[in-house]
Design a protein around this ligand. Structure first.
Ligand code: TYM
Length: 332
């Protein structure tokens, strides 16, 4: 049997991938492929909790796959698949809906945020989303789920659901740990440093495929702080804008906050902001070029997602069968 530990994560193709997705999640996925058995997917089923334009969803799902590969996820070493291609997600999702409590779902901050943003469409799926996410995870019996800080609450709920289920039926699910990076776990919007970077504020959000000049413009316009100090110093409480830029710079260059303070001593924000922009442009350049190349090869992408779905489905089916047996469904 395979002795490797298992890692799994997913991203919704509801918008183009951005620097928050990259630094908070994807960057921490690829490096571990030798050590772990890795499953990464496009969480398309999750996106329809909010209305999507069908053609755009289809395009973004494939672009996301090309970008995963361009970020270093070798399809030979990682199982890359589209969530809706593996029907076991929907099936286990239903089962886990029945083991997830109304009160637990009501406490999820992502639900509260999205319900406030989409007041005209607070559908059942938006509410029960974490049960599907628990299914996404538990089907593969992973040890670790590498995510940014904002998904920690969902992974913790997944642990609670797994423990509840195991408590009734014996050890069916492995109880996974969230795996959150030290720097980059919560990248904030460049023009609103009190809000996390997300596609909903495009001016404060840097997209992986964005042109270098647009990235530079966003960094030059980034909000620094209203203090008069004009000094690059890591102090998230009183200088959140500068701290965010330092976190980004540190994440893409590997430099410590102390080294960054020393590098920009006496220079002020006018020099610092374009330097962060340059570092990000250089970090993203090879990804953008490679993703553009891969995106043009539709046959290759298809071969990757087909093989990925086949492998994922095989693993997912084993868990689903065990679950159905435990809860008393008659085997087909
Ligand atoms: P999603 O699609 O919103 O985000 C994907 C990943 O990117 C991270 N992230 C960030 N990290 C740092 N700073 C930011 N500003 C930032 N914005 C996003 C997220 O933490 C996440 O790791 N429900 C999930 C998708 C999902 C999933 C799963 C994840 C579905 N099933 C199973 C793991 C396992 C979501 O909406 O992430």
């Amino acid at each position: 049997m395979d002795e490797k530990k298992v890692m799994l994560s997913g991203i919704q193709p509801s918008g183009d991938l951005h620097l928050g997705n990259y630094l908070g999640a994807i960057r921490n996925w690829g490096a571990r492929a030798e050590e772990f058995d890795c499953y990464y997917f496009m969480a398309d089923m999750h996106t329809i909790t909010v209305r999507q334009e069908p053609a755009a969803l289809r395009r973004r799902t494939l672009e996301q796959l090309a970008q995963y590969i361009a970020c270093g996820l070798d399809p030979e070493k990682n199982t890359l698949f589209i969530q809706s291609h593996v029907h076991q997600h929907a099936e286990l999702g239903w089962v886990l809906n029945c083991y997830t409590m109304f009160g637990e779902l009501s406490r999820m901050t992502q639900f509260k945020d999205k319900a406030a943003k989409h007041a005209e469409n607070i559908n059942g799926g938006l509410f029960t989303y974490p049960a599907l996410m628990a299914a996404d995870i538990l089907l593969y019996q992973p040890d670790f789920v590498p995510v940014g800080d904002d998904q920690k609450q969902h992974v913790e709920l997944t642990r609670d659901v797994a423990q509840r289920f195991n408590g009734i039926y014996g050890d069916v699910f492995k109880v996974p740990e969230p795996y959150i990076p030290k720097t980059g776990a919560r990248i904030m919007s460049l023009n609103a440093p009190d809000t996390k970077m997300s596609k909903s504020i495009p001016e404060g959000c840097v997209f992986l495929m964005e042109k270098p000049e647009d990235i530079q413009r966003k960094f030059k316009r980034a909000i620094t702080d209203s203090d008069t100090e004009n000094c690059v110093r890591y102090d998230p409480a009183s200088k959140p804008g500068v701290a965010n830029l330092m976190a980004i710079y540190s994440a893409v260059t590997g430099k410590t906050y102390e080294a960054i303070e020393a590098e920009f001593a006496g220079m002020g924000y006018g020099k610092f902001k374009p330097a962060v922009g340059d570092a990000v442009v250089e970090a993203l350049r090879p990804i953008r070029e490679e993703a553009t190349r891969i995106m043009a090869d539709k046959a290759y992408l298809e071969s990757v997602y087909r093989a990925g779905a086949e492998k994922a489905s095989y693993v997912a089916e084993k868990t689903l069968r065990k679950v159905y047996k435990k809860i008393g469904f008659v085997a087909r």
